[in-house]
Design a protein around this ligand. Structure first.
Ligand code: ATP
Length: 870
């Protein structure tokens, strides 16, 4: 690589044929993208559909079936052998389709959370996908960004970058935009370069891209990155374990049936085939795939509801969330700020009703100079809403444009805003040699740094009494739910080289206060209500003043009579033990720094809670990682916060978190329904064969019947359960406890009971059919086994009566049932029946089949009635 750190900007511009002001033209960018490729780290090759299909045959149960089919073939049972093979192939196809679908939706998810980069092209600032950056592009970065490519800085304002991913150095590096003379220096010392994958922790900057994709330093060390395709959720892992136990149990039972059958002198080969088919049918091998598909489906539904899941296990955890710690601004409120009150010179000004005087101009002008916001040509406010409100007030109240006053008093330096200091400062040229430092921020913090106050154009000392008075005016405004910003200034003679907050932001002259309203989001109140019903505690966390925060929290129903509101300062005084006890009562945390969020999450977790925590800034990342569900803001959130989060809200809305929790609960409930369904069906099959063997009856089902039933019922209807709509009361139950068994909530009794019922009705149909002949009996048993399992799919849809939830509320289920019933009927009434050893039966037999098939469903309706689950 060229030694870009030794070159000055002009050389680099020439070398890379670009311009640091206007950037590349879009045409140049397109050409370079075409020529040099995308700015991405290459991933290892993905599995093809074919290899997914082949993988299906690695399952040892499938291998046993293939062996069974080969044995049948050699014993002359060609038809059986072929049917088994067809079943195996159909099964593999189904597995491939399911896995492919799940993988596709996960991939789509990954695409959605791809980072964007701010570039200058054709002289305009625009956002593009980071993957489309090319060499020569001019990129803007600010705190919270993950740097999208390697580059040479042409502007660095207080820029600090955490390069630990590359250099291992955990202290952020101060970056510069000047030439570095040394030729041979390690990566970490090239202070005017930035590298892909490192993060901006402070300040802002502008760089020219010098390397992209695999040519970046990151590309060189990372090599090919693993494709994270096999992230398994705790439930999936648990179920894999369960499947193993159930599989072993199925094998043992099959072996017992085989042994008893042989002892009874039944043909050994027939018994072997029966045992193998039973084992194959009884092992819930389809379960993991069905769960993955259900999770993936849920994830897609969540995208439509503005929640992007970044880590699959989050879907599951979401359902058990018991506390939501949410930022206030923008999440619970609209983040549309409007200045409504001013306070200056002992005067309270209600901007709608009162006259705006010359002294108010001074307040607004200074405040507006100390912002990064502006109003664009179309009249749209660009920048932080707090600052947009100030610039808009300047425009609307006194008809001044920020750009004009900035021309008059150009900004030459700044100390950027951070949520720990809760203030920011800018330095402007007033006269040739006079400069002005303007500071604006949280009134309590600003007052601490003020020594004087401006009154009637005179600078007077600011004593404690006056400070207290100003604090109470600030609180009064807070009670009206206003966000209050204080503005102060001082004139200085020179600008120190190192701008340091403690040295600069002191001995200030207080000018006044600006109060702005940020109305709560309309939907937030309703969502808070839902949370309360669902046993989820909503908690507000904000950098804003306690009184402002409490006023809004009360309006939203978050803060109720017996709840507490505490500040970051209070938190610093409370021990971890005390916090653990008190936290259950605290509904508002105000004036907190991102560091406090970590303590809040941990205190709740010590109480056994499952915590969702929102965040947007760089410093929020540790708390987002610590939380059970880290939630990042899609619009205002930084790359770093998004990277650390499990879920990203594309609309930054509290209501979306609640909607996602509902979806999470639904997904978990649906997975439980699928498990319930598959286990009862399998148990039913075991009961039939086990009882028939013990009683010395002829075998009610042939091996191919068992395989067929398994194919029909384990596929479409089981998948359709994943589409079940949420039950009406899903948000009226308490959250699921951490570590709660999958069989909690009645499954432990329902599975054995319903499995037995299915087995019994099948046997009864068989015994009735036996009065005619064995083929009729088998046809009836086969039909009842399939149809009662299909009816069971309706039964497991809810703890409540089918009539209560509505028969037609899941159209996928109706479709699945119609297809399955049609296939079954075709098998029985068409000539194919002879292949399966079946025969056409009369209407009377069909009546019995139907009656038997719906009996388990009806019995369970009665049980549900008596359990008052109507
Ligand atoms: P929340 O945590 O609810 O989202 P927030 O993000 O607004 O609140 P911060 O951004 O940390 O919290 O702001 C904390 C305080 O800092 C605000 O109450 C305000 O007084 C002050 N403040 C916010 N934005 C600015 C700004 N651009 N310039 C100066 N001060 C600001």
């Amino acid at each position: 690589m060229k030694r870009y750190w030794n070159m000055d900007v002009e050389e680099i511009k020439k070398e890379l044929e670009t311009d640091d002001k206007n950037g590349l033209t879009q045409e140049q960018a397109n050409e370079r993208l075409f020529k040099y490729g995308k700015n991405v780290l290459k991933e290892k090759k993905k599995k093809s559909i074919f290899s997914l299909f082949i993988e299906q045959f690695k399952d040892y149960m499938v291998l046993i079936l293939i062996i069974a089919s080969i044995i049948s073939f050699f014993l002359g049972e060609t038809i059986d052998a072929s049917i088994i093979l067809v079943v195996v192939i159909l099964n593999a196809l189904l597995g491939t389709i399911q896995e492919n679908k799940a993988e596709k939706s996960l991939e789509a998810l990954k695409k959605l959370s791809q980072p964007l980069a701010k570039v200058v092209r054709d002289g305009k600032v625009m956002e593009v996908e980071a993957s489309s950056l090319v060499i020569g592009d001019v990129v803007l970065i600010e705190a919270g960004n993950i740097i999208p490519a390697d580059g040479r800085l042409v502007e660095a304002k207080n820029l600090k970058v955490d390069e630990s991913v590359l250099t291992g150095e955990s202290v952020p590096v101060d970056k510069v935009d000047t030439v570095i003379e040394n030729e041979n220096i390690p990566l970490g010392d090239r202070l005017n370069l930035v590298y892909m994958g490192t993060t901006v922790t402070y300040g802002r900057g502008k760089f020219i891209v010098i390397a992209t994709g695999m040519d970046t330093e990151m590309g060189k060390v990372a090599g090919l990155i693993e494709n994270e395709r096999n992230v398994k959720t705790p439930l999936q892992l648990k179920l894999e374990e369960l499947s193993k136990y159930l599989g072993t149990a199925a094998l043992v039972i099959s072996a017992i049936i085989f042994a008893i059958g042989v002892l009874q002198k039944r043909p050994a080969f027939d018994m072997f085939m029966t045992a193998v088919s039973l084992a194959v049918a009884a092992i819930p091998e389809g379960l993991p795939a069905i769960i993955t598909v259900t999770l993936a489906l849920g994830v897609q539904k969540m995208i439509k509801k503005n929640a992007i899941i970044r880590k699959l296990p989050a879907v599951e955890t979401l359902g058990s969330t018991s506390v939501i710690c949410s930022d206030k601004t923008g999440t619970l409120t609209q983040n549309k700020m409007t200045v409504v009150k001013l306070y200056i010179n002992d005067r309270k000004v209600n901007v709608k009703e009162d006259e705006v005087k010359q002294e108010d101009y001074f307040l607004l002008k200074n405040a507006a100079l100390c912002t990064d916001a502006f109003i664009d040509e179309e009249g749209k406010g660009i920048g932080d809403p707090t600052e947009v409100a100030i610039v808009a007030a300047l425009n609307d109240l006194i008809g001044l444009k920020k750009a004009d006053i900035e021309k008059e008093f150009p900004r030459i330096a700044e100390i950027t805003f951070d949520s720990d200091r809760k203030m920011m400062s800018t330095i402007h040229v007033m006269d040739k040699e006079d400069f002005r430092l303007i500071t604006k921020g949280a009134p309590d913090n600003i007052l601490k740094r003020c020594k004087y106050i401006l009154k009637d154009n005179k600078i007077l000392p600011l004593d404690e009494i006056e400070k207290n008075r100003l604090s109470s005016i600030n609180e009064e405004m807070g009670k009206e739910a206003l966000r209050v910003i204080a503005v102060a200034y001082k004139d200085i003679k020179e600008i120190p080289k190192n701008l340091n907050s403690d040295e600069m932001e002191k001995d200030l002259i207080f000018i006044g206060l600006i109060g702005m309203i940020d109305p709560p989001r309309l939907e937030a109140k309703h969502s808070v209500e839902i949370c309360k019903k669902a046993g989820i505690k909503p908690v507000m966390i904000t950098g804003d003043h306690k009184i402002t925060a409490s006023a809004i929290a009360r309006e939203l129903g978050i803060l109720e009579d017996n709840d507490e509101a505490v500040t970051g300062e209070d938190l610093d005084r409370i021990s971890d033990e005390e916090l653990k006890e008190r936290i259950k009562r605290i509904s508002v945390f105000a004036r907190v720094s991102p560091e406090h969020k970590m303590r809040i999450v941990k205190a709740w977790q010590k109480n056994g809670a499952v915590v969702a925590m929102t965040g947007d800034g760089v410093n929020d990342a540790p708390a987002l990682k610590q939380a059970d569900i880290g939630v990042a803001m899609g619009i205002t959130g930084t790359d770093v916060a998004k990277e650390a989060a499990d879920m990203v809200l594309t609309d930054d809305n509290f209501a979306t978190i609640v909607a996602a929790i509902k979806e999470g609960r639904t997904i978990f409930a649906n997975i439980k329904k699928a498990i319930h369904y598959l286990l009862t069906c399998n148990l039913g099959e075991i009961v039939v064969l086990f009882i028939a063997t013990i009683l010395g009856m002829p075998m009610p089902l042939k091996p191919i019947h068992i395989l067929w039933v398994n194919l029909i019922t384990d596929s479409l209807p089981a998948l359709a359960l994943g589409f079940e709509p949420p039950e009406n009361d899903i948000m009226e139950k308490k959250p699921r406890q951490k570590g709660e068994s999958i069989f909690a909530g009645g499954l432990a009794y329902r599975i054995p009971l319903e499995g037995m019922l299915i087995g019994l009705v099948t046997l009864i149909a068989f015994v009735i059919g036996l009065k005619q002949n064995i083929e009729t009996a088998r046809t009836m048993a086969f039909a009842v086994l399939t149809l009662s399992q299909l009816a069971q799919a309706l039964n497991v849809r809810s703890d409540k009566s089918l009539f209560k939830i509505g028969l037609f509320t899941n159209k996928y289920m109706i479709f699945a049932l119609i297809v399955a019933i049609l296939l079954q009927v075709i098998l029985i009434v068409t000539p194919i029946n002879t292949i399966f050893g079946l025969r056409n039966i009369n209407v009377y037999d069909w009546d019995i089949i139907i009656a038997m098939s719906v009996t388990p469903l009806l019995v369970m309706e009665v049980v549900k009635f008596f359990k008052k689950q109507y």
